[in-house]
Design a protein around this ligand. Structure first.
Ligand SMILES: Cc1cc2nc3c(=O)[nH]c(=O)nc-3n(C[C@H](O)[C@H](O)[C@H](O)COP(=O)(O)OP(=O)(O)OC[C@H]3O[C@@H](n4cnc5c(N)ncnc54)[C@H](O)[C@@H]3O)c2cc1C
Length: 388
């Protein structure tokens, strides 16, 4: 029996995802968005496709695929309904953290159930007092014998209500200098009253997916849930995980923008004004040309970052640039798609209205574009290879 090449494996799974999106997701996306329904049936189908373990090594029950395939899957899912990609978005940051920094015991204990989707994961980083200044977070983890006691509140946590396990960032050393060295990453699971879900957030977009507060009150976890077994490493571990999260967000932005463009070019060939389809007016053609060019530029940045990650190269700058450009592009392209639809683009019957509401999440999530610009500039100033 011959083994599939990475390209063959990629095209097989991406075709399966594309079929799933067209057959099962697109027909119900508007209803899920309008009524803010979490689609457990679709999430179960994603489990069957193996999408909860895309990059998890095969020895722990995952598909062991590369980041180029990972990005393609997020792009395809987002063409149908960006929110369903959210069910596996931060889940993958958790699996990344465990696969790269977890102890062998942690990998064996958690990865198989996460890879199969038996357990849905998430990332608990943001707090009510802020998400950008992560190094200043307030949640504490105090060692008590063979346990840690967690106290604090996390907000905006995707998969918060229906997820089972989370990567939690908490402060283990209040006196560490610089303060990010006092932060550690833990895996926390539900099941104890000390860990409860607070309110659900009612969002303008990215609907049909649970985003909640998580509250920890004297919540005890075994010391072996400290990821990697060493305190003070959490900030760096999460920042590395967020690089893959930025590839995922960039790919989502490309998917949503492509869906908006597809709707706009179709509509421009059907809608007539002044006796001709609006696609024959140069003003519309200029928009279509700019939209398609920007989508392609974002796609190239996204797959460049994914390819570098696959080759084991450093991608902090590239993933940041891809996320920044693709998310801003997505907001512009979805607005242009709405403008091409005229008044019909502004009403809820039109899918472009949803794409326009979903786009800002990509600007805010996995690091706002403001802080990303600061981080990109810092890298550019430090690294002479970019001054060419
Ligand atoms: C739908 C949704 C889902 C989310 N899911 C998750 C999740 O699963 N897990 C999780 O941990 N978080 C999640 N988040 C939180 C998200 O990561 C934060 O909202 C984001 O990091 C910004 O934090 P903040 O909202 O506290 O804004 P703040 O940090 O208060 O920032 C406010 C504004 O100031 C700007 N700003 C702040 N500091 C600087 C600076 N130094 N320089 C320039 N500009 C600055 C920001 O860019 C922003 O414009 C989610 C958010 C949303 C909306």
């Amino acid at each position: 029996m011959t083994t599939a090449t990475p390209e063959e494996a990629r095209s097989q799974i991406v075709n399966l995802v594309r079929d799933f999106v067209r057959r099962d997701v697109e027909p119900v996306a508007a209803k899920l968005d309008r009524e803010d329904i979490v689609p457990f049936d679709l999430i179960d189908k994603m489990k069957d496709l193996g999408l909860f373990g895309i990059t998890v090594p095969e020895e722990y029950g995952g598909l062991g695929l590369d980041y180029t395939t990972f990005a393609s899957i997020f792009e395809e899912l987002s063409k149908g309904f960006m929110s369903i990609s959210g069910a596996i978005g931060t889940h993958h940051i958790l699996t990344y953290m465990l696969a790269h920094y977890g102890t062998e015991e942690q990998k064996n204990r958690f990865l198989p159930d996460l890879a199969s989707g038996k357990k849905r994961g998430g990332l608990a980083l943001t707090e009510p007092s802020g998400g950008t200044d992560v190094a200043n977070l307030q949640t504490t983890a105090v060692k008590d014998g063979e346990e840690y006691i967690i106290n604090g509140t996390k907000s905006f946590i995707t998969n918060g209500r229906y997820g089972d396990a989370f990567c939690l960032l908490a402060r283990t050393d209040k006196n560490a200098e610089p303060n990010h060295k006092g932060i550690s990453a833990f895996i926390v699971e539900k099941g104890d009253p000390g860990f409860r879900v607070g309110r659900d957030l009612d969002k303008m977009g990215y609907r049909g997916l649970d985003t909640c507060e998580l509250i920890f009150e004297d919540f005890r976890i075994p010391a072996e849930n400290l990821i990697g077994g060493e305190e003070g490493r959490g900030f760096g571990q999460v920042m590395s995980g967020l690089e893959t999260g930025r590839i995922n967000i960039a790919a989502r932005a490309v998917g949503v923008a492509q869906a908006a463009f597809n709707a706009a070019i179709r509509y421009s060939q059907q809608r007539e004004t002044f006796g001709v389809p609006i696609s024959q007016h140069q003003a519309i053609q200029l928009k279509l040309a700019d939209m398609a060019t920007k989508i392609q530029a974002a796609r190239l940045l996204t797959y460049d970052a994914a390819g570098k990650k696959d080759r084991g190269e450093r991608v902090d700058l590239e993933a940041g640039m891809a996320k920044l450009f693709a998310s801003e592009m997505c907001q512009e392209v979805t607005l242009d798609a709405m403008r091409i639809h005229g008044g019909y683009g502004f009403i809820k019957d039109s899918p472009v209205e949803r794409y326009y509401r979903d786009a800002p999440l990509m600007i805010i999530g996995e690091g706002t574009n403001e802080i990303l610009r600061v981080l990109i500039a810092r890298q550019l100033l430090r690294r002479p290879e970019y001054q060419i």
